[in-house]
Structure formats: structure tokens, C-alpha cells
Design a protein. Structure first.
Length: 134
């Protein structure tokens, strides 16, 4: 198994790769990251490190509390970022309601304003990320 990004490949391998719909599919740097998209949402992020160890995070978009997918009208990334530069490319169609990392499922809770924009997001049991919209 060869490390996918090595010295000398910078000129021929782009750091970011996209599918034909504009979704970021690969992020190549110190960590090789693959993004798996299903129905307009990131469902899996697989990171391969220089020692070939792999971390995988899975995302869900429905659960008992949110049985219908939540439209991502604000363009928030799966990491909770509103930074338009990360991740690059088309954002998720829906907001994630949970992620599974290291065998542990973490469920998110949201609060919304009257226009449907999320004003708060937090993994249950943790502090809220707060967003302000103009």
C-alpha cells in the first residue's frame, strides 16, 4: 500500500478532487481524506495517515428526533463550520443529526430561527455552536 501523496507528485496531483456535481471527494495533504456522498450528503469521511492508519467518521441525517432530513439552507459543513472555504465545493443538502466516530454515536441538537436558519447546534451533552445571521 503506497501513501497516496508523496514528494514530487504536487505538480500532477491536485490537492482537492471533486465529482461531476461539485462535491469534494478527496483532500490530499498530510492526511489523505476521502469523502463519500449519498443523496447530496457526506455519509462517510475516511482519513488515511502517513503510517497507513485509518480513521472513519459516519454521518446520519435522520433519527427518532429528526425523522425528516433538515434542509441545510445555511450551507453549514458537516464539521459545523460556516466558513465558505472549508470544505471546498458543494455543501451538504441536509444537516447531520449524528455522527459515529470510534464506535461512539454522537447526536446533534439544533435550534432554529423563524426563517429556518439554525441558530444553535451542539452534540448532546456539549456546548452549543452559535450562529448569527443577517
Amino acid at each position: 500500500h503506497q501513501w497516496p501523496y508523496h514528494a514530487g507528485s504536487q505538480a500532477t496531483d491536485p490537492l482537492y478532487r471533486y465529482d461531476d456535481q461539485g462535491h469534494l471527494t478527496h483532500d490530499v495533504g498530510w492526511v489523505y481524506t476521502k469523502y463519500v456522498w449519498t443523496d447530496g450528503n457526506v455519509t462517510e469521511i475516511r482519513s488515511t495517515y502517513y503510517d497507513n492508519s485509518v480513521d472513519t467518521v459516519f454521518y446520519k441525517y435522520v433519527n427518532d428526533k429528526y425523522p425528516t432530513p433538515i434542509d441545510n439552507i445555511a450551507g453549514i459543513s458537516v464539521s459545523g463550520s460556516v466558513n465558505p472555504a472549508f470544505p471546498m465545493g458543494v455543501k451538504n443538502k441536509n444537516l447531520p443529526v449524528s455522527k459515529i466516530e470510534n464506535g461512539k454515536e454522537i447526536t446533534y441538537e439544533y435550534e432554529f430561527d423563524a426563517d429556518g436558519y439554525p441558530t444553535k447546534m451542539r452534540p448532546i451533552g456539549e456546548e452549543y455552536n452559535t450562529y448569527e445571521w443577517e
